[in-house]
Design a protein around this ligand. Structure first.
Ligand SMILES: Nc1ncnc2c1ncn2[C@@H]1O[C@H](COP(=O)(O)OP(=O)(O)OP(=O)(O)O)[C@@H](O)[C@H]1O
Length: 265
C-alpha cells in the first residue's frame, strides 16, 4: 500500500537558518502518527511543509493522488468583536447543507452547540468544533496541530480517545503534533521525536526508552510511561519484541493489534 503522505530527506531553511533537516516520515491509512518535541523543535514548521504552505529547501513530499486533508491549526485568530456562530465557523464563506454540519458536530459530540456563538465555547468545546470542521471535508488524512491546546487534563484524555474513535470509524490517517507526552503516547501508533531532525521514531514504548527522548524530556517523562510500558510488556514477551532502536530507523513490525488496546486509564 502506498503511503497517504511521505516526506523524504525534507529540509526547511528560513533566513539562512536550517530549521529542519533530513526529515523522513510517512503516514498510512488508519495510522496515527504523533510528532513530539521541545518548543521550537520545528513541529509546526514540519506540518506546514507537509501541507505545502511552507517551502522546502531540500527533499520531497509526496501525497497519494487527490489526497483530501482535514487540518486543525494550532491557533485560530477570531475577532472578538465579530459575532460568529459555530455553524458559520464550520463552513466559512462556503455554504454547506445544515445536516452535514450537524452530522460532523455529532461525530465530535458538540451538535447541541451549532447555533451558539464561538466566543462562548470552552476550550474543549472549541477544539471539538475545529475537529468537526476538519471532518466536513471527509478527509483521508487529518492533520492536527496541538489538538488539545487550551484543554484540561480530563478533556485531553477524552479528545485523544475521540481522535482514536474517528480513526477507527473512518479509517483515515492522522498526523498530529503534541506536547502531552504520556497522554499522547497511549493514543498513537508511531511517535516521531523532533528537534530540528528526527531524534528517534518508532512505537511509543520504544521511543520512551530511547536515550535521545530521555535527554530531551528528562527521566520523569519515561517514568510517566511506566503504566503504558507495563501493559505492553506482556505482549512483547510473548511475541519476542525487540528493544528500542536508534535515530531515524523506521519500525516495520505488525502491531495493528495495538489499536484495540486502551492504555489511557
Ligand atoms: N517564518 C519564520 N521565520 C523565521 N523563523 C521561524 C519562522 N517560523 C518558525 N521559525 C523558527 O523555527 C523554529 C521552529 O518553530 P516551530 O514553530 O516550527 O516549532 P514548534 O516545535 O512547533 O514549537 P512550539 O512547540 O513552541 O509550538 C523556532 O525557533 C522558530 O522561531
Amino acid at each position: 500500500m502506498s503511503h497517504l503522505i511521505e516526506a523524504s530527506g525534507l529540509a526547511v531553511t528560513i533566513g539562512g537558518r536550517t530549521l529542519l533537516h533530513d526529515i523522513s516520515l510517512s503516514v498510512d491509512e488508519g495510522e496515527i502518527v504523533t510528532i513530539i518535541g521541545p518548543n521550537g523543535g520545528g513541529k509546526t514548521t514540519l506540518v506546514r511543509a507537509l501541507l505545502g504552505t511552507r517551502a522546502i529547501s531540500a527533499g520531497s513530499v509526496q501525497r497519494v493522488q487527490g489526497l483530501t486533508i482535514g487540518y486543525v491549526p494550532q491557533r485560530l485568530e477570531l475577532n472578538p468583536m465579530m459575532p460568529v456562530t459555530v455553524a458559520r465557523l464550520m463552513t466559512g464563506a462556503a455554504r454547506r447543507p445544515r445536516h452535514l454540519i450537524i452530522e460532523a458536530l455529532e461525530e465530535t459530540g458538540v451538535a447541541h452547540l451549532v447555533d451558539q456563538s464561538v466566543h462562548t465555547l470552552s476550550g474543549g468545546e472549541f477544539r471539538r468544533v475545529l475537529l468537526a470542521r476538519a471532518l466536513l471535508r471527509d478527509p483521508q488524512l487529518l492533520v492536527l496541530d496541538e489538538p488539545v491546546a487550551g484543554v484540561d487534563h480530563a478533556g485531553e484524555l477524552a479528545l485523544y480517545e475521540l481522535i482514536k474513535t474517528i480513526r477507527d470509524q473512518r479509517g483515515c490517517g492522522v498526523l498530529m503534533v503534541s506536547h502531552d507526552l504520556h497522554v499522547v503516547m497511549a493514543a498513537t501508533d508511531k511517535v516521531i521525536c523532533l528537534n530540528g531532525h528526527v531524534c528517534c521514531t518508532g512505537q511509543p514504548h520504544e521511543v520512551s526508552q530511547h536515550t535521545e527522548y530521555v535527554r530531551l524530556f528528562g527521566p520523569r517523562a519515561s517514568e510517566a510511561l511506566a503504566f503504558y510500558e507495563h501493559q505492553h510488556d506482556h505482549e512483547h514477551d510473548l511475541s519476542g519484541e525487540e528493544m528500542p532502536h536508534g535515530c531515524g530507523h523506521d519500525h516495520d513490525h505488525d502491531h495493528s493489534h495495538q489499536k484495540d488496546h486502551h492504555h489511557a486509564g
